[in-house]
Design a protein around this ligand. Structure first.
Ligand SMILES: Cc1cc2nc3c(=O)[nH]c(=O)nc-3n(C[C@H](O)[C@H](O)[C@H](O)COP(=O)(O)OP(=O)(O)OC[C@H]3O[C@@H](n4cnc5c(N)ncnc54)[C@H](O)[C@@H]3O)c2cc1C
Length: 529
């Protein structure tokens, strides 16, 4: 590791975790750690969040389920300028004032009714709003020290911890000692280099140009939609409302920074399909990249979010994948800090998340040849080409950690092949199939912060008591839950991790290997990597 020094006599650090970067990944990691009662110091250079670069707008069903766990789903929905009930639609059109070509309803997990398969619907909400809700939450949490206007400049690991060099607002630097460091500092951060990790992958040669504009009088006869795709004409791109008060965003593929800056107003007019009073507030040129770091971890340092991988925003998975990383490493560090798992558990972070990241990056890359400028103004062709981009529940909820060294070995180790369709399954590694309880709460609301055994616990009291004794001997917090009425897996035992994934599935609790699940023991017969 670059910047690594050996100082075997260094004291044990006081701070459990230093998080470099307070974007979505860093804030989510701090929230996950705090939910487990584990402290962190978050170092973030931006004193304020900028609404002029809205970036992600799609908060997935899965991210909303994580926010629900932290008690934040309702707060995010209250802060989101576009309620789910306002629109669940993506509309393709000749222009905002032109003809409708076709629609996709229920896009991005936007549903208004209750669905048995998940605890929360998706939400369209600009990334800065998500960051503000997370910042406000963390500022109220005693476990979190959010240091704004500061940046990480270097790291040095030793036997007992990591020394992080931080640049303070005045320009001077100071050291921070931590037992673990999370590199959540994005694609341009320093932690990846300090770790000696390298991105591999490619960039789309075509530029993209985003802008934010104000047009309070702008209306469309096409009706509410979270995205309007303008295809088939001279100006092609996507636009949508950021709020219901006249602020809009637009994204134009194939437009470079120079042309975009010089012709921003013309481009807006082209997407609208005629003159409309507007003011361009900000522009944001960007490149679609498909990059994955060769390692996500080194010693006590972990790359989380875009510092580990970058994918194009098509399909809306980028920020959501970053939150998934944060939850995965967050609960594992908490388990180690709380003494119910050894540090070996942390070695499962890279293999578990790498599979999900590869699947997500490949999916986003598959949409690259189907951008607004590539599509004909033909409803059938658009429906065929774009369905997987707007309906991707198989990817959002069907990903699995099967094959992980801390998951029960099973025959189901291949990722879902149909990324649009999601069928709940109780295979080891899968997200626990969701269910609503008679009182209207979610099964997820009743899981513990450690491991949870969901199964016929009353009927098999002796076997369950024996498992609970084995858990207690390892100091593992174990919650016992009867499955809800009508649950398809009522007769089996599902051992569920804090991230709601199934670690073990068995007819008999005696068969559950707590050593494997916590990383204390290897799967019998598994060769060390
Ligand atoms: C145009 C566009 C549209 C997008 N749309 C979507 C979408 O709809 N859905 C979706 O899921 N994703 C989308 N994304 C992707 C999403 O924006 C990113 O995936 C997300 O921001 C990554 O989060 P992160 O926290 O890993 O990194 P970042 O957001 O890059 O955050 C990194 C943080 O680290 C800080 N930092 C940098 N250097 C240092 C340092 N030395 N020390 C400490 N801190 C540092 C930065 O200030 C920053 O706050 C989109 C991206 C783009 C470009």
């Amino acid at each position: 590791m670059n910047g690594m020094t050996t100082a075997a006599r260094s004291p044990r650090p006081d701070t459990p975790v230093v998080i470099a970067g307070g974007g979505p990944a860093g804030l989510a990691a701090a929230a996950e750690l705090a939910w487990h009662g584990v402290g962190s110091v978050v170092i973030e250079p931006r004193p304020q969040v900028s609404h002029r670069r809205p970036r992600a707008k799609t908060t997935s069903i899965r991210t909303m389920e994580h926010l629900r766990r932290w008690g934040l789903a309702g707060r995010l929905r209250a802060a989101a300028p576009l309620p789910v009930a306002w629109s669940q639609r993506v509309t393709f059109c000749a222009s905002l004032s032109g003809r409708r070509i076709t629609d996709f309803d229920g896009a991005f997990g936007l549903v208004t009714g209750r669905d048995d398969r998940f605890a929360e619907a998706g939400q369209q909400v600009p990334q800065p709003v998500v960051e503000e809700v997370l910042r406000a939450h963390l500022q109220r949490r005693p476990e979190v020290d959010l240091r704004l206007g500061q940046s990480v400049t270097a790291l040095a690991q030793d036997g007992a911890g990591v020394t992080v060099t931080v640049r303070a607002p005045g320009g001077g630097t100071y050291p921070l000692r931590a037992r673990y460091v999370l590199g959540c500092d994005g694609a341009a951060g320093v932690v990846r280099d300090q770790l000696g990790a390298r991105y591999a992958g490619r960039s789309d040669p075509r530029p993209n140009f985003n802008l934010v504009f104000r047009a309070p009088g702008l209306e469309t006869a096409l009706g509410p939609a979270v995205q309007y795709w303008v295809v088939g004409g001279a100006t092609t791109g996507v636009l949508g409302r950021l709020d219901l008060a006249g602020t809009w965003w637009a994204g134009l593929p194939g437009i470079d920074a120079g042309y975009g800056a010089a012709h921003a107003s013309e481009l807006v007019t082209g997407l609208i399909g005629g003159p409309a009073e507007h003011e361009v507030l900000a522009t944001d040129p960007w490149t679609a990249r498909m990059l994955i770091a060769d390692t996500f971890a080194g010693g006590r340092v972990f790359l989380v979010g875009e510092s580990a991988h970058v994918n194009p925003p098509w399909g809306g998975h980028g920020f959501n994948t970053c939150v998934g990383d944060a939850v995965n490493i967050g609960w594992k560090i908490a388990a180690v800090e709380q003494g119910w798992a050894p540090p070996a558990l942390l070695a499962s972070y890279d293999p578990e998340r790498r599979g999900v990241v590869e699947q997500t990056v490949a999916s986003a890359a598959s949409h690259l040849g189907r951008l607004a400028g590539d599509l004909p103004a033909d409803a059938d062709a658009i429906q065929r080409a774009k369905h997987p981009e707007f309906h991707s529940l198989g990817l959002v909820l069907g990903y699995s950690y099967a094959g992980s060294p801390v998951i029960q070995p099973s025959a189901c180790t291949r990722p879902a092949s149909d990324l649009s369709r999601f069928t709940p399954a109780a295979d080891p590694g899968a997200r626990l199939p969701h269910a609503w309880l008679p009182d209207g709460s979610s099964l997820y609301d009743h899981l513990g912060r450690g491991l949870t055994l969901v199964g016929p616990v009353r009927e098999h009291a002796a076997a369950v008591t024996a498992l609970a004794a084995r858990a207690a001997a390892r100091s593992i917090p174990l919650t016992l839950r009867e499955p809800p009425p009508g649950y398809p897996w009522r007769t089996e035992f599902l051992l569920v991790r804090p991230d709601q994934h199934i670690a073990w599935r068995s007819d008999d609790p005696a068969g559950i290997d707590l050593g494997v699940v916590t990383g204390a023991e290897r799967i019998p017969g598994q060769v060390p990597s």
